[in-house]
Design a protein around this ligand. Structure first.
Ligand SMILES: [Fe+2]
Length: 203
């Protein structure tokens, strides 16, 4: 079983968004999961092998380097799913999904000094997306930052959630439609992530 990281910063509007009442809009609760991938050293080696052979030749871009465009149809996502199967399965189970998850796409992104990824989302289908941190140095690098789909009910400001305790081997699973961005890498050390989208098969 993975060590699951508590979402300690998830409710900056706690008094307003989580009042002592049964009367709230449950559809607006945001599923969000952060855990440390089990057996990380071995899985990292396997993932980096895929990176070297399948992704590295296609890494391209100006804001950040990615093989997202280059690997469409190439398909090493099944191999990534096999490596991270127990981690993905635990994540979707914890989030309350019972149908079998399918990692239907995967891609790598690296951020050299000055690179970033502007706010975006992964669409409404499939349901969930994931990001795993392959090279991440706390204090040097910023985690992915997530934007609430509604504004603060206290002051109307944008609500942003930056997960705490992100480290190499962290995996975050979130709704695909949730806006997020990667702040500019301000360090010489390259930041590296693996991203993917998860759909569900028949029960
Ligand atoms: Fe993304």
């Amino acid at each position: 079983m993975n060590f699951i990281v508590e979402n300690v910063n998830a409710s900056p509007d706690k008094e307003v968004l989580m009042p002592e009442t049964e009367h709230y809009i449950s559809d607006w609760v945001i599923p969000f999961y952060h855990a440390y991938i089990s057996d990380w050293d071995a899985k990292k080696k396997s993932i980096l092998k895929i990176w070297e052979t399948c992704a590295l030749p296609n890494m391209d871009g100006s804001e950040q380097l990615s093989d997202y465009e280059g690997n469409q149809g190439g398909g090493y996502h099944a191999a990534i799913q096999a490596i991270l199967w127990t981690d993905i399965q635990q994540a979707v189970n914890e989030l309350g999904f019972t149908a079998p998850p399918i990692l239907n796409s995967a891609w790598f992104q690296t951020y050299q000094l000055g690179m970033h990824h502007p706010m975006h989302n992964h669409g409404v289908a499939p349901h969930l997306s994931m990001v795993a941190y392959l090279n991440f140095v706390p204090g040097k690098h910023h985690p992915t930052s997530f934007m609430a789909p509604y504004n603060s009910l206290t002051d109307g400001n944008v609500l942003e959630y930056c997960p705490s305790d992100v480290q190499e081997g962290s995996m975050i699973v979130f709704p695909s439609a949730l806006n997020h961005y990667a702040p500019t890498n301000q360090d010489d050390e390259e930041r590296m992530i693996l991203a993917g989208n998860i759909e569900f098969g028949d029960k």
